[in-house]
Design a protein around this ligand. Structure first.
Ligand code: F0G
Length: 455
């Protein structure tokens, strides 16, 4: 790829702190070796997440000034609905405070306790809400997704045979819906092809199964379709997004990613009956159906951001920046998930620290080591994130990863160079690194708040 500069210029800056090794040692100890528990002031380059960390545009900030803060019937809601209709093609919208608010509502609406919910790999909050609603999650992603070295171009695809086998086993009427995430976060930000979405739609039509999407990173998914799938080269991402979404009955959206906002989410759908139920629940858990837990200004920022995120030049730079970091690591022999995904570079911590067993928490350990080296904050996505099963046993995921997640429109490639240099330094002295063990394990979504100490 030729060098691609940012398709924007910087209008406002936020100073960040540089720290000494001693300060970082104190900070990670105080945080119980969990990067989620670090204070942001102790972090130099923050690659914890791409969620809610985007820089908004001058247009979004302007729209915020025009937000309508009426309790009911605010015009900011109308702006969001118009933008979702125009860009995503769904006529009906129910805002929520963020993605998991939408997951909570849709799980309660569609799942009858005892039912099954297939999906292309789990996501932490998605699966928790499905389980809290009485559902059982089934992973129906293709096997390649669980292999960090497989170079399949659409590693997020649903395995149609696995989906069919589940239908044969439990019966279509016991499947609440199938949830297809675009892209698949836990697999490394991997896309789903249009052909696969179409094929899943056919099966759903045959059996009368609802096809839902976790559309959190839909713009990045569409960019990969444009890059890799026959017939889509040269077609605008905005057009590909509309075609992708035309196959789904509805979506849950975390606006904190591909709507380029710091907070917000929504459900969007075609079926009035689902909207009616969503409105019944949203007033209990989030707020009035026209604001769903957000300020009017947040709805306006999201209405503008979701359009901006479909811009081809923006996406080429965004995914190009992720790739730039990944390729620097690859060139130094650091094991990463391939192909490089849309929102993050995922280091294969099991291969990086192959002298540690999974019980010695390689990914948790590596995230702490990278912070100690340079103040770069990353996130564990391995055995700690996977949690325990219904019987209380640790789940042992095949992927034991550290995620270097790139916020949208925030850092430059000079920052990416600092990150790459740090990871490479840690890689060169990897044999000296010892594992971690739990000192406090929180009962749900344990990766957020658990504490650890060195073995
Ligand atoms: N679905 C996916 C695929 C996600 O990545 C996230 C959040 C959610 C749903 C939930 O959305 O945070 O707005 O409630 N992912 C963040 C991350 C937290 O860091 O990957 P939310």
């Amino acid at each position: 790829m030729p060098a691609i500069a940012e398709p924007y210029r910087i209008k406002m800056v936020e100073p960040i702190t540089m720290t000494t090794r001693e300060q970082r040692e104190a900070a990670i100890r105080a945080a119980g070796y969990n990067t989620f528990l670090l204070r942001s002031d102790d972090v130099y380059i923050d690659l914890l997440t791409d969620s809610g960390t985007s820089a908004m545009s001058d247009r979004q900030w302007s729209a915020m000034m025009m937000g309508d803060e009426a309790y009911a019937g605010a015009r900011s809601f109308d702006h969001l609905v118009e933008s979702v209709r125009e860009n995503y093609g769904f006529p009906l919208v129910c805002p929520t405070h963020q993605g998991r608010g939408a997951e909570h509502l849709i799980s309660k609406i569609l799942i009858t306790p005892g039912q099954h919910v297939p999906g292309n790999m789990y996501f932490t909050t998605t699966r928790v809400h499905q389980e809290l609603a009485g559902g059982t999650f089934h992973d129906v992603i293709i096997d390649e997704a669980h292999d960090p070295a497989s170079r399949h171009p659409f590693k997020g695809n649903v395995d149609l045979d696995k989906f069919q086998a589940l239908i044969d086993e439990v019966g279509a009427d016991q499947i609440a819906y199938i949830n297809v995430a675009v892209t698949v976060n836990m697999a490394g930000g991997q896309p789903v092809s249009m052909a696969n979405i179409r094929a899943v739609r056919e099966i759903c039509d045959r059996y009368g199964i609802i096809l839902w999407s976790d559309a959190t990173r839909l713009a990045e998914n569409a960019w990969f379709i444009q890059e890799r799938e026959d017939g889509y080269a040269g077609r605008p991402v905005a057009e590909i997004v509309r075609e992708m979404l035309s196959h789904f009955d509805g979506i849950t959206m975390s606006g904190k990613k591909d709507c380029l906002v710091n907070i917000g989410g929504f459900l969007a759908m075609r079926d009035e009956a689902i909207l009616t139920k969503a409105r019944e629940l949203v007033v209990v858990y989030e707020g009035m159906p026209t604001y769903g837990g957000l300020a009017g200004r947040d709805l306006d920022a999201m209405a503008v951001g979701l359009r901006e995120a479909l811009d081809d030049d923006y996406l080429t730079h965004r995914i190009g920046q992720v790739r730039y970091l990944g390729e620097r690591l690859q060139a130094a022999g650091v094991p990463i998930v391939e192909p490089i995904g849309g929102h993050a570079v995922f280091i294969d911590a099991a291969a990086f620290l192959d002298h540690l067993s999974q019980d010695e928490l390689p990914a948790q350990t590596l995230a702490a080591e990278i912070f100690l080296d340079s103040g770069v904050r990353s996130m564990e996505r391995g055995i700690v994130s996977a949690g325990r099963d219904a019987d209380g046993n640790n789940r042992y995921p095949k992927l034991e990863l550290v995620r270097l997640t790139i916020p949208r429109r925030v850092y430059t490639n000079s920052h990416m160079d600092v990150v790459a240099d740090s990871v490479i330094r840690v890689f060169q002295r990897r044999r000296e690194i010892q594992g971690l063990t739990f000192v406090y394990e929180s009962p749900t979504l344990r990766f957020f708040t658990s504490r650890f100490e060195p073995l």
